[in-house]
Each structure stands twice: as C-alpha cells, then as structure tokens.
Ligand binder design. Structure first.
Ligand code: PLP
Length: 387
C-alpha cells in the first residue's frame, strides 16, 4: 500500500506527537478522578484547571469558568441549543441555516416535533449568507440564533461576528458552531458578541472524545447532563487526559496561524491543478471567503463515492461530502441548498488539508486524479454503450 496522503482533515485530524506526549502522564500514572479527595485526585484536578485556563486564554475568554468541556462537538452543540431553550421556555422560535452540520439540523428537526418553530435560512449559490437575512428572520418569539462559522463541506465562512452583533442588539442569545473555523482562524472573544461557541478537539489535532462549549459569563443554560462536574454545566467524570491534550493542541494551533497562508497556497495549487488537468471540474463555494484548507469540487460525469474508493486504493484519503453523510448515497444537503442539481451534486469531492500537508503530497494527488477520473468516465461510457 502506498504511503497515506491524508486530505480528509475536516472529518478528523491526526493527533500531534506533542499532544500525545502531554496526555501520556494522565493515562499512565495521574489517572485519578479529579473529584477524588486524595492528593492524586487533587493533582488531576489541578491539571484540569490548568487545561481550562489555557483553553480560555486561547479563545480570549474573560474567565476559565466560561469553558465547559464536553465529549464532542455534537454534545456541545446540543448542550448550547437545548440549554438555552430550556432556560427561556416561553420563547418558541429558532433561527438557523439550511447548511448547518447534521448535529444541529437533526436536533432542530427534533425540536420542531416538540413544537418549536425553526427558520432555516437559505444560502446564496456560492454558499454565503448575508447577515441581514438573519436579522430579517428575528421575531419577538425568537429564543436563539444558531449559525456556523465555517461550513464543513465547502469551507465557506459566514459573517458570524456581524450576525452576533445584530442578534445581541435584539437581546437574543447567539450560538456559533465554530468546529471548522477554530483550527484555521484566530478568534477574539472579548471583541466579539458571541454568547456560546462550540469547537471540537479532533478537528484540531487533539484526540476524539474532547470538545469545548464556551458559555459567556452570566448566560443562563440548563445542563444536558446533570452532575456536579464542570460547575454543574455538564455532569460526567471529566476526561482529564483529553482536556490536557486539547489545551496543548490549542497552544500549537494558536502559535501556527501564520502557517495557514502556506496551507491556502497548497489548497490553491490543488484547485488550479485539478481545474487545468481534468475537464468538467468546477469549484463549490465562494473562493474568496473560505477557510484556507478546504476545496470542494464537482466532477462532471462521475460518482464521488466511487472516486473516493479508487483514490483510497492509491493511498489518498478524501471525502465526498461530510464524513457524517458519507455512509449514504444521498448528495450533500449543503450543495443542494446552494442550488446544485441532485445529479451533479453526486459528483462532489472534498479535499481538506491541514498544517501537516506537504507540497509533494498535493503534487502526487494532482498526478493521480486525472487518470482515476478518466478511468471512471470510460467505465461509465462503456457501460452506457453496452446498455
Ligand atoms: N459541527 C461541525 C461544523 C462539524 O464539522 C462537526 C464534525 O464534523 C461537528 C459539528 C460535530 O463534531 P464532533 O464530531 O466532535 O461531534
């Protein structure tokens, strides 16, 4: 098998060696429960406090008490959304978009069954969302606005700070799912009117099983999981090793945002190379408003799923839509919301790079992909001729 070229970083990322090393003592020796009274518990508690401080610093939060550790981005999203709704039960309207991650969309569907009214804002053909559309959707009954920062399939950025400002003026809580933005964009919460923010460790070179919900001080939130941990905001024995790993990953991410320019160059090299070498390729999403690492394309006349499997035989890991929908042959809801026809959307491919991606890897992908597409197209036209 060829060496793995991993361009599926929106699905998950490799754990950095420094992150593994930081976690190791909390798996091997310092594994005590941070709630235990003995000094081993106190040691674990101190490590957790320290991790919380460092994550707060990374986000620019005003206090470590604004950081709630959860098990994943999905849990953080559900905690934010259900937590706000339960704390203000009189209001029954939610504003979101048609292109949120399934962890939000499926929850919103559930909430509709429970009697909530949800406005799913459409996006433009380039995947963008104007802040005014959000403001127009607000009513006196709106309990919450939840909008993502960067789309997991196209990388397109939403103006979430502008949206947050407008929403705050109306006195409505604002949650941002920043899972795909935090790895690529420095955030500054002090200057931002965001009330709740989600991000997830495994998209940031920390392991799976740890994520963060930032909750602005003073905001009332009913917990999803009850217990005394996390100051009552999230019950369940804390994942100390995960929190320590996440804090290390945040430190490394924060120190390396300059490298995003190099990642963007590599992504653009891949984009231009695919456009030049393969006929019938087009780019999805606003090219000038994407995170640096993502390239979503449509390839005419092929099924993305088959191409992903063929590429994997060559040691190249890419994706069709988001990993969460990759098990089904339905086209991506994000591409459909952008007005891309059903059949065309089946030819979608997503390449997602990381700061570990090297130029040689991009060049290998550019060498391999044209032949794979040609083979697939030949098979399809042969099958049509035989029919
Ligand atoms: N939100 C977005 C935008 C995502 O891309 C993902 C994961 O792909 C999630 C939420 C869910 O995060 P997790 O996998 O940690 O539950």
């Amino acid at each position: 098998m060829a060496k793995l070229i991993y361009l599926d970083n929106n699905a998950t990322t490799a754990v950095r060696p420094q992150v593994r090393a930081a976690m190791e003592p909390f798996l091997a020796e310092a594994y005590a429960n941070p709630s235990s009274l003995h000094r081993f518990g106190a040691d674990a508690g101190r490590a957790l406090d320290d991790a919380r401080e460092r994550v707060a610093e990374f986000l620019g939060a005003s206090s470590a008490t604004e950081i709630v550790f959860t098990s994943c981005g999905t849990e953080a999203n559900v905690t934010a959304i259900r937590g706000i709704l339960a704390a203000a039960p009189a209001k029954r309207h939610i504003v979101s978009t048609q292109v949120e991650h399934p962890s939000v969309l499926l929850l919103l569907e559930q909430l509709e069954q429970e009697g909530y009214r949800v406005t799913y804002l459409p996006v433009a053909a380039d995947g963008s969302l104007a802040a005014e559309r959000v403001m127009e959707a607000l009513t006196d009954d709106t309990a919450l606005v939840t909008v993502m920062a960067a789309n997991n399939e196209t990388g397109v950025l939403f103006p979430f700070e502008e949206i947050a400002r407008g929403v705050r003026e109306r006195g409505i809580p604002f949650h941002v799912d920043a899972v795909q933005a935090v790895p690529h964009l420095p955030l500054s919460l002090p200057s931002s009117p965001v009330d709740l923010l989600t991000f997830s460790g495994h998209k940031l070179h920390a392991p799976k099983g740890i994520a963060v919900l930032y909750v602005r001080k003073g905001l009332k939130l009913r917990p999803l999981l009850v217990g005394h941990q996390e100051r009552g905001a999230r019950g369940g024995t804390e994942n100390v090793a995960g929190a320590v790993g996440l804090a290390k990953a945040c430190e490394l991410a924060g120190a390396g945002y300059d490298d995003e320019e190099r990642v963007a160059h590599l992504r653009d090299r891949l984009q231009e190379g695919l456009l030049a070498r393969i006929p019938g390729v087009s780019v999805n999403g606003a090219r000038d408003r994407r995170v640096s690492s993502v390239l979503s394309v449509l390839v005419d006349g092929i099924e993305g799923e088959t191409l992903v499997l063929m590429a994997s035989e060559k040691g190249i890991a890419i994706s069709t839509g988001s990993a969460c929908t990759a098990g089904s042959v339905e086209p991506s809801h994000v591409l459909l919301a952008m007005g891309i026809p059903y059949e065309k959307a089946l030819g979608a491919l997503r390449f997602s790079l990381s700061r570990m991606t090297q130029k040689e890897e991009i060049d290998t992908v550019l060498d391999e992909m044209p032949a794979l597409v040609a083979t697939l197209r030949n098979v399809k036209s042969g099958a049509r001729a035989d029919a």
